[in-house]
Design a protein around this ligand. Sequence first.
Ligand code: NOJ
Length: 753
Amino acid sequence: MKKIIILFSLLIISCQQTNDIDSKVSKLLSQMTIQEKIGQMNQYNGFTNFTGPAPEGGDEKNKYDNIKNGLVGSMLNVRGVDEVRAVQRLAVEESRLGIPIIFGFDAIHGYKTTFPIPLAESASWNLDLIEKSARLTAKESAAAGINWTFAPMVDITRDARWGRVMEGAGEDPYLGSLIAAARVKGFQGSDLSSEETIAATAKHFAAYGFSESGKDYNTVDIGINTLYNTVLPPFKASLEAGVKTFMNSFNDLNGIPVTADKFLQREILKGDWDFDGFIVSDWGSIREMIDHGYAKDRKNAGELALNGGSDMDMESYIYLEYLEELINEGKVKMSQIDDAVSRILKVKYELGLFEDPYKYLDKEREASVIGSKEILDATYEVAQNSIVLLKNENNILPLKKSGLSIALIGPLADDKNSPLGNWRIAADNNSAISVKEGMENYDGNKITHSIGVRLINKVPDGFHEEVSINETDKSGISDAKRIARNADVVVMVLGEYGFQSGEARSRAKLDLPGLQQELLEEVYSVNKNIVLVLMNGRPLVLNWHEENLPAIVEAWHLGTSSGSAIASVLYGDFNPSGKLPMSFPRSVGQLPLYYNYKSTGRPGIDGVDPGSVFWSHYIDELNSPLYPFGFGLSYSEFIISDVKLSSNELKSGESIQATIEITNTSKIKGREVVQLYIQDKYASTTRPVKELKGFELVDLNPGETKAINFTIDEKMLEFYNASNQWIAEPGEFNLYIGNSSSTKNAVSFNFID
Ligand code: NOJ
């Protein structure tokens, strides 16, 4: 009873706060001129050194004056307490109404201290850790004056050619939804007005992850079935977790650039879903509608974007230039502007910026929080949990801690920059712990090191610089072979350099870039005892490696603590438990590739059978991935029993139990991710062959057995059906429980309405 009274009181307080904010917003709105309103919808990129003298002329001066005139609602990429304070002061103390600016930034996986890239973190399947990583990212960013991050990216991604797969949670809408919610909760916390939390952004709304042929910014053409069942769920989950903003995207969807898509933004998001935060465009995406061949000119682009539901213009400068004219011409409505501005002001009130526009700006906090031990320690823990063991023949891993001679080879073995991955704007170059440094912390073995071949010809300055891959200089290969020849074990660290995945980094080939494969095979010719440690931002094609190498460790781009985390796994101080959040293909030709595909009318078998051609397959490749979604090994061995169902009839409104027993048959304590998949065997639309519907992280001591129980209810069977309803249809279902999406451990049940 006491609990209910407390909950009820909290609810009343939160309703009062909302009403309070709403009335403050309308009062402020009534004092604003049209230009001031439009100003709130304008977001600029940072430009100058704000703590220095005011810029003298040109674009920079314009921006500067516009801030003072109340014509800038938000800025991105202004960071650091002094800089943010200088800009905020202009807005708050020099503009007529003193409306504070909201400062946005791409804190995607950390701020200065970097966590693993989001795809890697997703491999942990550990929602608490993922939430913690976002919480600490928020804390560190907030200490630098940031109050809004453009994360999480919740795009479902099925095509490893697309470089931005590194920013998301992979291919599955269920896992993706849980991770989206965890990240939103982490960034925003339970009190958005705290100076340790920041507003989050669910992006890119929507379907950007389906860019045709994996090419960034490309067109997207998908049907309503895929949109509702696959693309939208993580956005909905973000909304339910309370996300304050959405970002639309560069792509068009079924012929409409989403920046102007009324159906997505006005009907679904602000209509059916009742979203009351605001939508920011992507960088210049309003202007880009001209290049899409959709808007006639800049003015028309502004009209289309506002009518389509975009509330804030990131770096197109179009709203500021044309919205007033468009109102006067009756092409956009004043009510739409008022609505957009109210949404933006509301978030600023919720952040507490009106109460104290300088609340994020505390030099002492900046100095003590950024790079703090609390955050650094967490990057280590998250990095360890993100590692996926792909192969470990004859228990070559873990390595003995003494008495071995180890040859450490490869361009990424002592790289302190690449492990930071892409989207690490505030991190210092070369600030990650390299694998070499991590391994040298264990001093019982003799380690010799050789780079073998360079991967890139020059270290990039940052996000915008393209660099060339070394395709010619093989001079270091002989040295690598020399040290490998006499070693007990060779650890090779290969993969993609830090900026090789991410925005605009689509690849048509998914092999090891440059001369790395040649280096690997040369080393293999003198010593086959190779542990391959991979650093990459996306699934790669690893057939040769799976066939020939005894051990493969997927170590992604793991952030600041990368090398220590990898060393702890190689030496067995941490038993790996990560599971792939994306399928790894056998060939690029299989893409897009995902475990929850549709069966087709010609499902056939998974094999290249020359005698039987008329089924849905390739004549030169298997259908199955090399490593499936949900796959990952451990140093422990687990056995999962057959599934037991409490009943094979599930009635509407009731639930049944699915149970397995899992035993750790090894001598090593370990963690297994037990996964539950369900297949709807027939329905009013075709359904995937199986879909993840639950999972549990289970820790087991040597010899220990645990019973794991999943509750199956109607909710788990729901989907967007042929009558446009989100509903569970009666029928037959298969249920699988195992340790990857390729499990065959199945039972059946009926759902009765
Ligand atoms: C473009 C990217 O698509 C988006 O994700 C990012 O947040 C903005 N640039 C701002 O940097």
